[in-house]
Design a protein around this ligand. Sequence first.
Ligand code: ZN
Length: 255
Amino acid sequence: MHIQNLSDLGRAMKSLACVGITMALDTPQGKRGVRCREMVVAGGRTRCCSQHEEWPQDTLTRALAPDFVLLRVNINPKWIEKLQESGVEVMERDPNRAVEISRSHVDLAQFYGVSPAEYLANMPSSGIAVFGKDGVKHVSAMSLISELLNNGFSITRPYVERKSWERMAVLVVPFKKNHQSDASAFIFVLSNLLKGSWEFAHIYANPPQLKKNEDDQKTMTFRITHTVNLAHRNAEGVATCKIVYNHGLWDYVEA
Ligand SMILES: [Zn+2]
């Protein structure tokens, strides 16, 4: 790659996962697959890796928008209490759950014929880290809520996931596509929590998972979940960039 000046260098630092998909399956919901794991420099013509770049544009299957976005926010004991007071349920995490989760990631990766990625020690992942292993730093997530709501998502039932052996917990906010709900009271609380700058943001795009349709419990659908993880809030801090949903392909821009 040719770096001509400093602003190019700035852009060169920003890399995102290729938007093509590998291992596409024909499903009743159309072609679904795993987002390509190659990291590319953002701002390119197609935002594809060299292999996907050569595909004719009309046959290239792009990574699909998620049906679910799980926003996972690290919270301290003060916020656990505050959220509990506003009616958010606190759930104790089963210590064996981590083993189950990593097993299901390995199975899913095998199903799509890819090797599970390792972003954290001993935690295999079937998805990919859209912003790479290190994620994005000094991030504002304030505009993300309205962006998801404007894209047809609604908040279902948020909860706090607590591990009895840890001081911090995680607020899990599920955003579901094509779902109607009024979460305005909760959104007010969430907006207060999201204020400031987040030291780290990681987004994982997971492959489609065959799951029971929640509404009728009979049909199975290939459901795609993306996870947005926010950690270490600096309430007074100034964020340098913000996360953008970008039709489920994700991006980050200057704040
Ligand atoms: Zn690719």
